[in-house]
Each structure stands twice: as C-alpha cells, then as structure tokens.
Design a protein around this ligand. Structure first.
Ligand SMILES: [Zn+2]
Length: 135
C-alpha cells in the first residue's frame, strides 16, 4: 500500500551510488525490486561491478590495519585499486563508502563530524563505524 503523504516515505539505499532512494509513486508496484536510484546507476553498476567490489575491499583492508579511530580519504582506496588511473575512481570510491555506510560498516565524516553520506559535499573521510562496535 502506498504510504500517505503525511507519513514518512519508505527509503532504501541505491546499490550503486549508495545514496538514499525515497519512495516515489511510479515505484508503487515495483518498490520491492528497486535497487538503483536511476538508469545511470543501473548501467554503471553493471559496467564496473568488479571495480566496485575491489573498492569496498580496499576501504575495509586499509581501515583494518589502522587504529580503530583512524580515518582514510577515499583517494587512498582509489589509488589502491586504480594505480595511476586512480582519479577516475574518486567518485566510485565515494560511492563505495556510501554503500558501506548503508551496511553499517563505516561512517563518513567531515571535519571530524559524522554526516549523512547522501548529503556530503566536498572532501570526506571514512572511518570504522562506532555504534555498537566495541574493540
Ligand atoms: Zn544511485
């Protein structure tokens, strides 16, 4: 049943860019099956599934060898995966970070403050999630 306009609309996370997807009327019948925020994400996800998985793994392994509170820049994951072509992977690395936020694995911060990765503008840092995770 579609939610009434006065209640909060259902949300999920785009499987490609990691941004929040808010329920829309055109998805009334297919909401369960919606995985991407749009066609661009559906296509990009198909084209670079392997790279996306490597970026997520790079973020995990780079954080794993650091102090629990240490953070990293998405560019470090981009360099780890892309080598000299790392610049092309900057946005994919930010997207990988957002997906990991959606899974509760990491937090995205700006000037030391945790923020909603769907709204982040400008440079971000990535660190291990703290809520409920005790060393
Ligand atoms: Zn998307």
């Amino acid at each position: 049943m579609p939610p009434s306009p006065r209640t909060a609309l259902p949300e999920k996370t785009c499987a490609a860019c990691g941004r929040r997807i808010v329920w829309r009327r055109r998805w009334a019948r297919s909401w369960q099956a919606v995985r991407y925020c749009g066609e661009r994400c559906r296509r990009s996800r198909r084209a670079r599934r392997g790279t996306d998985a490597r970026l997520e793994e790079a973020i995990r392994s780079l954080l794993a060898v650091r102090a629990r509170d240490a953070s990293l820049c998405p560019s470090e994951a981009a360099r780890a995966v892309g080598g000299s072509d790392w610049r092309a992977l900057m946005e994919p690395a930010r997207e990988a970070a957002r997906r990991l936020v959606a899974r509760g694995e990491v937090e995205v911060t700006q000037r030391g403050r945790v923020l909603d990765p769907s709204r982040a503008r400008g440079p971000i840092r990535i660190r291990r999630a703290r809520a409920g995770a005790r060393g």
